[in-house]
Design a protein around this ligand. Sequence first.
Ligand SMILES: Cc1cc2nc3c(=O)[nH]c(=O)nc-3n(C[C@H](O)[C@H](O)[C@H](O)COP(=O)(O)O)c2cc1C
Length: 300
Amino acid sequence: MDIKTILKKGCKTLAPLAGYSDAAFRRLCAEFGADLTVTEMVSVAGLNYKSKKTNALMLTSEAERVTCVQLFGSDPELFRRATEHREVSRFDIIDVNMGCPVRKVFGHGEGSALLNDPPRAAAIVKALKTSGKPVTVKMRLGVTDKRGAVDFAKAMEDAGADLITVHGRTREQLYSGEADWDEIRKVAAAVSVPVLGNGDVDESNIAERLDGVYGVAIGRGAVANPQIFAGERKLTRYEVILRHLEYGEAYYGERYIFTSLRSFLPFYLKGVPDIKRIRNAAMVCKDKQKLLEILKEADF
Ligand SMILES: Cc1cc2nc3c(=O)[nH]c(=O)nc-3n(C[C@H](O)[C@H](O)[C@H](O)COP(=O)(O)O)c2cc1C
C-alpha cells in the first residue's frame, strides 16, 4: 500500500508518546481528525514475553482508520520476528523508534543510538519490509550533531522506508530548546519519501509549520489540546475530559481515571483560573463522581 494513499499532503498525525498515546487517547485524537495515530513504543524484545501490558499498549479502536504500531529495539532479526507477532501483525503500518533519548534505551543501542549506526538502522528497516507493509522511521536530527540528518534519512529511504518523521532536536537536547525546523525542511527537501516535521507544533503555528514538509506529527500540542486535529475547539475542556475518561474506562477499566488520566490533567487544565487548587484536588481525589465535580468547576 502506497503511504501517499493513506496520508495526504498537509496531514496531521499524532506523534507517539509513551504514557499518553494509549488506545483511549488515540481514539480521541482520531475522532478529532488526526490522519494517523501511533502507539507508544513497544519493545521487540519484550514481545517475546507475551506481557499483558505490552498487549494493552497495542489495543486499537475503529476510529483509527489506519493503525500504526511503533517498535523499538536494536536486533534486525527481532524486528523481523515481531512482524509475525499476533498483535503486531494486526497493524497496517510499522514505525521504528530512532529517537528515544532515554539512557537505558540508548545504552542498549536502541532508539536514538541507531542514528549513530546507519547500517543497523537500515537492516532494521529491511527486516520490517519483509512484512510487505509500509515501514516508517521516526528519527531525531542526530545524537549530538545535526549534520548527519540528511545522510541518515537518505540511508533510511534507500533501505525502503516509506515515510520519515523528523523530530527537530538532537538526542543531547532531549526536549529542551526549540526544534530546528530549518533542518527538518532540509531533510524533507533531500529525500523523495514524505517527511513529517515534528517538534513544538501547536495551534498557533501549525499552518506555518506545514510549509516545506509533507505533514506534521504533533505530540505535546495534542496532549494539551486533542482538538488541534479538528482545527477548532468543538467541545469544552470538560467535555473532552469526559470523552477521554469514557474511552479510558472502556479500554482499561476504572483505574484508568486515577492513573493514566491524571497525567493528562496538568495539560488539560493549563490556563484554567485557580489551576493549582483544582489540579491538586483532582490529583488526590479517589472518587469518580467527586473528580467530575472538581473538573466541571474548572470548565471554560
Ligand atoms: C512523555 C513523552 C513520551 C514520548 N514517547 C515517545 C515514544 O514512545 N516514541 C517516540 O518515537 N517518541 C516519543 N516521544 C517524542 C515525541 O513523539 C515527539 O517527538 C516530541 O515530543 C517532540 O514533539 P512535540 O513537541 O510535538 O511533543 C515522547 C515525548 C514525550 C514528551
